[in-house]
Design a protein. Structure first.
Length: 131
């Protein structure tokens, strides 16, 4: 099952032209090590788990997105930071938040997406090299 999931991830990225593995497995492993990602099977599985959302993580992302419009500045700031830290996993919720009636939510969602996008290429290359 793990192998199928990793293969599917690399296939999807390769179809998008984002797969870093054009040079082969040795180049992928070298790239992962350069990025501080361990290449043993357990570490790779942990990496994939950290970069996908389970139902409880999806609920957390939805709550954090709602918190972008909280009355408390501290809550809004914490939600913004947490969503950026979640990176690509938070993008669907943030994209949806760009149409929220609350201007604060829309602005914070835009800023979070811009921050995530600045780091997206590196994250995708690391994800692609996991295969």
């Amino acid at each position: 099952m793990r192998r199928l999931a990793l293969s599917a991830l690399c296939f999807a990225l390769a179809c998008l032209g984002l797969c870093a593995g054009a040079e082969g497995p040795a180049a992928d492993e070298s790239f992962l090590k350069e990025q501080g990602v361990a290449t043993d099977p357990a570490a790779l599985l942990d990496f994939v788990k950290k970069h996908t959302l389970d139902p409880s993580a999806e609920a957390r992302v939805r709550k954090l997105t709602r918190d972008l419009g909280d009355d408390s500045f501290e809550v809004r700031e914490a939600a913004s930071r947490a969503l950026v830290e979640l990176g690509m996993r938070a993008r669907p919720s943030l994209r949806q938040a760009r149409t929220d009636p609350d201007l604060e939510v829309r602005k914070r969602a835009e800023r979070a997406l811009a921050s995530i996008d600045r780091n997206a290429e590196r994250q995708l290359r690391v994800s692609a090299a996991v295969d």
